[in-house]
Ligand binder design. Sequence first.
Ligand SMILES: NC(=O)c1ccc[n+]([C@@H]2O[C@H](COP(=O)([O-])OP(=O)(O)OC[C@H]3O[C@@H](n4cnc5c(N)ncnc54)[C@H](O)[C@@H]3O)[C@@H](O)[C@H]2O)c1
Length: 380
Amino acid sequence: MLTLPALKADPRVAFAGAFDLRDEARVRFAVEFGVPAFETLDALLRSPDIDAVYIATPHELHAEQVIAALRAGKHVLVEKPMATSLADCARMERASAEAGKVLVVGPSHGFDAPVQVAAELVASGKYGAVRMVTALNFTDFIFRPRRSEELDSDRGGGVVYSQAAHHIDVVRRLVGLPVTSVRAVAANWDSSRSSEGAYTALMTFAAGAVASLTYSGYAHYDSDELLGWISELGYDKDPARYGEARKNLAALSSQDEIEAKLRRTYGAPDASANDALARYHEHFGFILLSCERADLKLSPKGLSIYGDAEREFLPIAPPELPRKEVIDEFVGACLGTRRPIHDGRWGFDTIACCVALLESSRRRTDVAPNRLLDTLSEKL
Ligand SMILES: NC(=O)c1ccc[n+]([C@@H]2O[C@H](COP(=O)([O-])OP(=O)(O)OC[C@H]3O[C@@H](n4cnc5c(N)ncnc54)[C@H](O)[C@@H]3O)[C@@H](O)[C@H]2O)c1
């Protein structure tokens, strides 16, 4: 639902078919776009009219569906998180290499225009080496209507795979160096929503850069306040709607909650994607990047740069198309005109950081994502 406006609006994308388990989604798609809605994934993958597929199913289905699509000769854009185990990521990355087809993991907020502009400025060396990133985000993630697996840590539920995957992508893109270790605490503070709802993590990078990432999805403080009340998706937000997610959820039984989730899903009678172009860029909370000679604060409108002698604001033109940066990267990769940043290897490394975050919290020690990858290669 969130990426559909981007796919619809972008002239480089033409729909050629879709598959979903639910009849209502298939019927709606066939009517809305006048193209086939297939009865099975295999039937979709056999269609010669389809060059590329976008996979936006629940996390735990990504690996098998992505591998099937790559083996059928399709390029793949798969939603974050790439998968919920390192072994699955390894299989997906290998399938992409063997098929010679593109695998891009996204959209994540690592694609957001302000992140890209800041990353390019850092890479240019203009402000010297990157030293530290301060990243925090406080949302109502845990109190939105959820299916049971979204709150089951053993199935990739909770905020780490769903939200730290964004946070880590943003920070990795800004620093542009390999992550050497993660020390974190991930916590469950609400027994009625039993999976990790908050974390704080300290990530160290090659060359000594460090990032602190703090996230809470417990629907109290809302860090959009620090972004001028602009929502994650770049729309104006009304602060008077405080506490809405909790209040709405409190009125629902568990069956009502599943139905409420379904009502927001494509094909449900009242569900409609927001086709209004956002006025501002998407964001993932407060991000401050400290370099040797300046601090850069990211916002949905641009970058505030605090240099040695003066500060300036570098505006970034508002979005021309929703999630354009994602389509730019994916289409460029499919056409062979652009090397993707967020490819299978990238997604794999982000998931290694998510696994390291959870393991660090459990073992109360530093965990090196690379060491996890080495252990995996020894097993495979
Ligand atoms: N990038 C973003 O901004 C963003 C935002 C929300 C969700 N996501 C990601 O998108 C993915 C889906 O999220 P969600 O579950 O909340 O979305 P959702 O519930 O809106 O959609 C999931 C869809 O998958 C369909 N489905 C379920 N099993 C299927 C199967 N076996 N084959 C085909 N279709 C099947 C469902 O019927 C449903 O239409 C997740 O991985 C999530 O992390 C990304």
